[in-house]
Design a protein around this ligand. Structure first.
Ligand code: SUG
Length: 446
């Protein structure tokens, strides 16, 4: 069956700030406590969505989560009205920062999705990530689950699973550690799950930073999604790459259909991985674009987010060429700029590089690829998607106006103690659910 790949980007929420919450994410640590500009962040994100829509890609969005998340404050023993809880929590700024994080914007971590062409029951399978490694992100799964059910409602087409049980042993960070290979999107693919460590013990693990994705989590998802074991691969991310700052695999690798663009140090034995992929994807015309460390040192790969790009079929090329959507940072670092010039001038499949300003998100470690969840959809599946989250030109304009009306252009972690920020944020989101026609999504609406 014919199918397309849609991108669902996270609409960046009104409380975007730099709290330094993610150990192992170098950008998050480097920019901790700086001034953020939520308005600019959201407009940059919408700008990327618009650009893809303009090029003819199916572009969707996932709404921000309600922050501050006062139900979490209640579970932590704070009491009284929402306003009173914020006043109490202001005496524990580290707690407040966690319940205020706008991190749900990075929808590559929202869920793992297996297209219907890959699953035994012919349905598209969705497992929201449990995000257990970082407390601020562990708050996301119930809301993500509710949103995905509202956006992909038809259970005959879409199978929704619960997030995996909590616990470091089953840490799951979603599609950021999952790549799918195929010839055409609608054909059966090969799914590659990249893990950071073995959750139940054994094997190697990174020494400095957490390996967020557990092998056991990836295996559970493959079983839940009823994938063909012969077309499902598990490979460990090089622990040294995690220690160098590649906290998710999408910081050092990105795939589209038959093309795999990755850093030489992303995997311990890339030759073995290529052989395994060729075996599992017999018949695919694989192109492996392996970037050597002597051209792009690992630190530059992490600093530039070269691989945290979107690898897309180049419009107008009849599926014969691909392009990269990259952050501006990738042309500011000498090694990655030079590499991209050589790459796009060469005879390989990637013939164009386009750069976007996503600096607000980048300062928290979120590049173009982090901001989107890929969903391969057949025609009937696409028709069943909730239309309000697939913006057209008029809807993009409406969303930009909404951001301009409601968002602050300056936010510091200390500002989170001001209870009026909560009111502003909830009012904005309340209006957003109307714009998107999503009903009462948020706890404060019930
Ligand atoms: O989980 N940053 C996110 C970035 C996620 C990027 N996603 C992918 N690579 N797919 C994270 O580390 C920082 C929040 C702060 O420090 O305020 C943060 O959560």
């Amino acid at each position: 069956m014919s199918a397309i790949e849609a991108n669902f980007d996270g609409l960046i929420g009104p409380t975007h700030n730099y709290a330094g919450l993610s150990h192992g994410n170098i950008a998050s640590a480097d920019h901790a406590l700086e001034v953020a500009n939520p308005k600019e962040a959201a407009l940059q994100g919408l700008g990327k969505m618009r650009r893809l829509a303009e090029m003819g890609f199916v572009q969707g969005l996932l709404p921000p989560h309600a922050r501050p998340h006062t139900p979490t404050l209640k579970r932590l023993g704070f009491s009284g009205s929402d306003h009173q809880m914020i006043v109490q929590a202001a005496r524990h700024p580290e707690v407040l920062r966690n319940v205020y994080a706008a991190a749900a914007m990075w929808t590559a971590n929202a869920a793992t999705i297996s297209p219907s062409a890959d699953t035994k029951d012919g349905r598209l399978h969705i497992t929201p990530a449990n995000l257990t490694t970082m407390f601020h992100r562990s708050i996301e799964p119930p809301t993500t689950s509710r949103m995905l059910k509202a956006i992909f409602p038809d259970e005959k087409l879409f199978a929704h699973h619960e997030p995996l049980p909590a616990g470091a042993q089953f840490g799951d960070e979603g599609a950021a550690n999952h790549s799918r290979f195929c010839s055409r999107y609608g054909d059966p693919g090969v799914e590659l799950f990249v893990y950071g460590r073995q959750g139940l013990g054994g094997g190697k693990a990174p020494k400095v930073f957490p390996g967020r994705q557990a092998l056991e989590a990836s295996q559970a998802i493959a079983h839940l999604h009823r994938l063909d074991p012969a077309r499902t691969l598990y490979v460990q991310q090089n622990p040294a790459a995690i220690d160098a700052g590649a906290f998710h695999n999408d910081v050092v690798a990105v795939a589209n259909r038959n093309v795999f663009f990755y850093h030489e140090e992303a995997f311990e034995d890339p030759d073995e991985l290529e052989v395994a992929l060729r075996r599992a994807g017999a018949g695919f015309d694989f192109a492996f674009v392996r970037v050597p460390s002597n051209q792009v040192p690992a630190a530059d790969a992490v600093g530039s987010y070269l691989f945290n790009s979107q690898l897309l079929d180049r419009p107008g090329s009849g599926g014969h060429e691909m392009m990269l959507i990259l952050p501006e940072e990738a042309r500011e670092i000498d090694s990655t700029r030079a590499y991209l010039e050589e790459l796009t001038a060469g005879s390989g499949p990637i013939t164009r590089a386009e750069f976007l300003d996503l600096r607000q998100s980048m300062r928290n470690g979120g590049g173009p690829a982090c901001l989107r969840l890929r969903v391969v959809l057949s025609e009937p599946e696409l028709s069943a998607v909730h239309k309000g989250v697939l913006p057209d030109e008029a809807q993009f304009e409406r969303l930009e106006d909404w951001v301009k009306t409601h968002y602050r252009d300056r936010l510091l972690p200390d500002d989170l103690a001001d209870p009026s920020l909560m009111g502003e944020s909830y009012r904005a989101l309340d209006e957003l659910t109307e714009i998107l026609g999503l009903g009462s999504l948020y706890h404060f609406q019930r």
